[in-house]
Design a binder for this molecule. Structure first.
Ligand code: G4P
Length: 529
């Protein structure tokens, strides 16, 4: 098949949700449809269980398992679907943000009873910033939940999306009778009380058709007619161009657990979801159909087994064909590298591939050459953009607890930061090192890994920082910037890319600083140009 054909049949996306909304269950059902797994329960092991929050060894063990499920690929109607797994645990939210740089679209799962939750808001905000096409799946319709219209309002307001329903529930919870598929113009009817199976899919091109009354009863049929009229009155018609631009988001209703509305979601997804999209590099926009290969590292996974301390770097192919045993330029290191055993991922296994195409993810064994964000090309100097750091939530000084092992400690910190476990800031004033994390759990993870993988010991000391702000002066040479650096000397640090960061101890300090130095911009993310 030609490069164009391969690109045209690829859909690479991520499923995001607040923990427990049903991401794992939906993933599993999609894999079942794709024939990638044979039974339910196969991807469950990837999930970091509730209650495991204080047991980070358990979490690490599960992270180990999750290498296999980092990318879940399957074929459906001749479309190659790549699902990039995102960790549900909020302490690993940074991982999820980074994975979003490698997806071409997302499906957002929302629990019908809980509505829009905190984690969803944050993740959708990142998608909106990047104009990533979004499909919303409202899950658990077999349970009592919020009124469909209230929920759609909530989604529009909290997630700031412009939605349009492509399916609509007929009743809910105990009264749940089925789903009217606006996209396909048919009705799925549930069976009996258990609501475990779809009894029938009946085509209803005209809602006035009395067939509907026979299927769901007079009351439910009339309610549905009224509701669909309302839907058509309130919401715009689905427009694929707007969806692809990230300006309109279709909504589906269903129940992942009961496999309701999942096939409809998948059928629509493969039709409308984007093929691999062009991506911005610092130098130029890179198009997938360019013949020369390029790609970037969006995730690094360390092997937790101390006997095999290698890492796996995940590379998203951005353009051209990636071939095994072919020399490629590691742009940051200015070194040519060849890869003898690149892995492709499937639901339950990974295998060596000879050739991969845009949209695909390959895993490369790495002994410490790669950092998140690194680019590989056939020779061009190209630095893919878009693996930003976000301000961490927690900040602690890291101290060396074993003076004889300082070399090991610094090497360990360096490598763990390259993997994106946490962020390192070095204070300008005295060179002290500060570790910033999204969740407190990472401190334990770092301490454990430094000890077991690098033979180094560390201790932490609290540091009162509200937010890390990347500093962008209007003019590096003006007196205001000089004054800022003098006054705030104690709170200035460099991140790993040597960018200047202001560690503000409170929202109030930040506001005061902004007022006092109006020509300086403060950003909560490292990528602002
Ligand atoms: P997550 O990955 O988003 O965190 O959620 P996950 O799929 O693990 O689902 C969270 C819980 O919600 C699970 O129950 C799952 O069975 C349930 N669930 C998912 N989809 C539906 C649905 O459509 N209807 C109903 N009623 N429940 C649903 P659990 O008891 O926490 O886990 P398990 O013991 O079933 O694995």
């Amino acid at each position: 098949m030609s490069l164009e054909t391969e690109i045209a049949r690829r859909r690479t996306f991520g499923i995001i949700s607040h923990p427990d909304a049903g991401k794992t269950t939906l993933t599993e059902k999609l894999l079942l449809f794709g024939g990638a797994i044979q039974e339910a329960g196969a991807v469950k092991s990837n999930k970091i269980k509730k209650g495991a929050t204080s047991d980070f060894m358990e979490i690490e063990r599960q992270r180990g398992i999750s290498v296999a499920t980092s990318v879940l690929a399957f074929e459906y109607n001749d479309i190659k679907v790549n699902i990039l797994d995102t960790p549900g645990h909020k302490d690993f939210a940074e991982d999820t943000f980074r994975t979003l740089t490698a997806v071409d679209s997302v499906i957002v799962v929302i629990d019908v009873a809980k509505g829009v939750e905190e984690q969803t808001e944050k993740l959708v905000e990142v998608c909106r910033m990047r104009n990533i096409p979004i499909i919303v799946f409202i899950n658990k319709l077999d349970r009592e939940g919020k009124d469909a219209f209230d929920l759609l309002d909530e989604i529009e307001q909290k997630l700031k999306l412009k939605i349009t329903p492509l399916s609509f529930p007929i009743g809910m919870g105990y009264e749940f009778k089925g789903i009217f598929n606006i996209w396909e113009k048919n009705v799925n009817i549930f069976t009996g009380d258990s609501k475990k199976d779809i009894e029938d899919t009946v085509e209803i091109t005209d809602l006035a058709d009395q067939k509907l009354n026979k299927l769901v009863g007079d009351t439910a049929a009339d309610t549905l007619r009224e509701e669909i009229e309302l839907v058509q009155g309130i919401y715009p018609e689905f427009n694929k161009v707007d969806y692809l631009k990230g300006e309109q988001q279709p909504v589906f209703f269903g129940s992942a657990l009961n496999n309701f509305g999942v096939r409809e979601l998948l059928d629509c997804f493969v039709q409308i979801a984007p093929t691999p999209r062009p991506k911005q590099s610092e130098e130029r926009i890179v198009k997938p159909d360019e013949t020369k290969f390029s790609g970037f590292v969006f995730k690094i996974h360390a092997n937790m087994d101390p006997n095999h301390r290698n890492r796996l770097a995940f590379i998203k192919i951005g353009s051209g064909e990636f071939k095994r045993n072919t020399p490629y330029l590691h742009v940051r290191n200015k070194k040519k590298m060849k890869f003898s055993s690149p892995n492709a991922f499937f639901a339950e296994r990974k295998e060596i591939v000879d050739i991969s195409y845009p949209g695909d993810i390959v895993g490369i064994q790495d002994t410490g050459n790669f950092k998140i964000g690194d680019s590989l090309t056939e020779g061009e100097i190209l630095n893919y953009k878009g693996v930003p750091s976000f301000s961490p939530e927690h900040f602690r000084y890291i101290n060396n607890a074993d003076p004889l092992k300082s070399k090991q400690l610094y090497k360990g910190i360096d490598q763990l930061m390259d993997e994106g476990v946490a962020q390192l800031f070095t204070l300008n004033l005295n060179g002290r090192k500060v570790i910033g994390t999204v969740g407190v759990l990472q401190y334990e993870v770092i301490q454990y890994r430094l000890e077991h993988e690098y033979g180094a010991k560390c201790s932490y000391e609290n540091l009162n920082v509200h937010k890390a702000c990347w500093v962008e002066p209007e003019d590096e040479k003006n007196s205001e910037f000089e004054e800022f650096k003098r006054v705030k000397q104690r709170f200035l640090a460099k991140d790993k890319q040597d960018q200047l960061v202001f560690l503000a101890d409170s929202m109030f300090t930040l506001q005061m600083t902004q007022q006092k130095f109006p020509t300086i911009k403060f950003h909560f993310t490292s990528e602002f140009s």
